[in-house]
Design a protein around this ligand. Structure first.
Ligand code: PAF
Length: 283
C-alpha cells in the first residue's frame, strides 16, 4: 500500500474507487474500503481532518488522530494507497479563504431545507462539499464510497454530484450500510470519547430507532424515539421520521422513510438513522 502526500502522485489512481475519510478509522471505514476493493478498481483512501467542516465550538482540535492504526486498517481492508494531504495542498489559497468559500458554496437543497444537521451545524455542509469536491477534482475517481450513518451527508454529496454531472462525468456515489457494534451502537470515530457509563447510555439511540418501527404514525414513532432517548439520559437534538429522498416530511405512498436521530451525552454528539417500512408510513 502506497502512502501519498503529494497530489501529483495520484495519477495512477484516476478512475479508481475513492474512500474519503477523516481518519480514526474503524470497522465502518474498513467496510467502505472492502466495498471499493470488491469493485475491482484500485482503492484510494484519503485521510484529512477537514477544518472547514467544523464549527467554531466543535471538536476539530480534539478530533482523534490515529494515523499508524489507520494505515494498518486501510491496508488490511484492501486499500491500494492512502492520500494524506496537508491543509496547504487542499486549500492553496489559505484556510481563511477556504472557510469563506465553504460559507458561499452553492449547496444542494437537501443541505439546507430539512433542518436536521443543517440547522444544528449551519456551516458543516459547506465545508463537506468544499473538501469532497476538491478530492473529486484531485483524485478523479469513478466510484466514491460513503456510509449511510451520515445519512444527510450521503444525500448531500449524491445530490451535489447529480447537479454537477458535467464536472464529474462518470462518477458514481456508492452508499454503504452502517456497521454496528454487536449491541447495536453505530460505529463512529467519536464513540472513543464515551466513558463506560456514556457507552451504555448511547445504546438508547439504536433502541430509539428500533422503537420507531413499532408505531403506526409518524407522530407516535417520533414520540417513542424521544421517550427512549430521555430514558437513557440522552439530550435529543432531533428524533424525526422523514422522506428518504428529500429528508423532509415523508410522502404518502412512499415505500420507506428514514428515522433520524442526533443526541448528546454531555459534550459528545452522536447521530444515527434507520429505514422504516411501508406499514409504518401508511399507518
Ligand atoms: O464523513 C467524513 O468522514 C467526512 O465528512 C468526509 C466525507 C471525509 C469529508 O471530510
Amino acid at each position: 500500500m502506497k502512502i501519498i502526500e503529494n497530489a501529483e502522485k495520484l495519477n495512477e489512481y484516476r478512475g479508481g474507487a475513492l474512500v474519503p475519510t477523516m481518519g480514526a478509522l474503524h470497522e465502518g471505514h474498513a467496510s467502505l474500503i472492502r466495498a471499493g476493493a470488491a469493485s475491482g478498481r484500485p482503492v484510494l483512501v484519503t485521510i484529512f481532518v477537514n477544518p472547514t467542516q467544523f464549527g467554531p465550538n466543535e471538536d476539530f482540535a480534539r478530533y482523534p488522530r490515529t494515523l499508524d492504526a489507520d494505515l494498518k486498517i486501510a491496508e488490511a481492508a484492501g486499500a491500494s494507497a492512502v492520500f494524506i494531504p496537508t491543509v496547504e495542498s487542499m486549500y492553496p489559497n489559505g484556510l481563511a479563504n477556504a472557510a469563506s468559500h465553504a460559507a458561499q458554496f452553492s449547496l444542494p437543497a437537501i443541505a439546507t431545507t430539512p433542518l436536521l444537521e443543517d440547522a444544528i451545524r449551519p456551516t458543516h455542509f459547506g465545508g463537506v462539499c468544499l473538501v469532497v469536491s476538491r478530492l473529486f477534482d484531485l483524485c478523479e475517481p469513478s466510484l466514491a464510497f460513503f456510509g449511510e450513518k451520515d445519512f444527510q451527508q450521503l444525500r448531500v454529496i449524491t445530490q451535489m454530484v447529480e447537479e454537477n454531472s458535467s464536472r464529474w462525468k462518470s462518477l458514481k456515489i456508492i452508499p454503504c450500510v452502517t456497521i454496528r457494534e454487536p449491541d447495536g451502537l453505530a460505529m463512529s470515530s467519536r464513540n472513543r470519547y464515551l466513558d463506560p457509563s456514556q457507552r451504555t447510555s448511547a445504546l438508547g439511540i439504536s433502541r430509539a430507532l428500533q422503537s420507531a418501527a413499532n408505531y403506526s404514525s409518524v407522530a407516535a414513532g417520533e414520540k417513542s424515539m424521544r421517550e427512549t432517548l430521555d430514558r437513557h439520559g440522552l439530550e435529543t437534538q432531533y428524533a424525526v421520521i422523514r422522506s428518504e429522498t428529500t429528508l423532509c416530511a415523508p410522502e404518502s405512498g412512499a415505500k420507506f422513510a428514514r428515522a433520524l436521530i442526533a443526541a448528546k451525552l454531555g459534550e459528545i454528539r452522536l447521530i444515527d438513522n434507520a429505514s422504516v417500512g411501508i406499514s409504518f408510513i401508511n399507518g
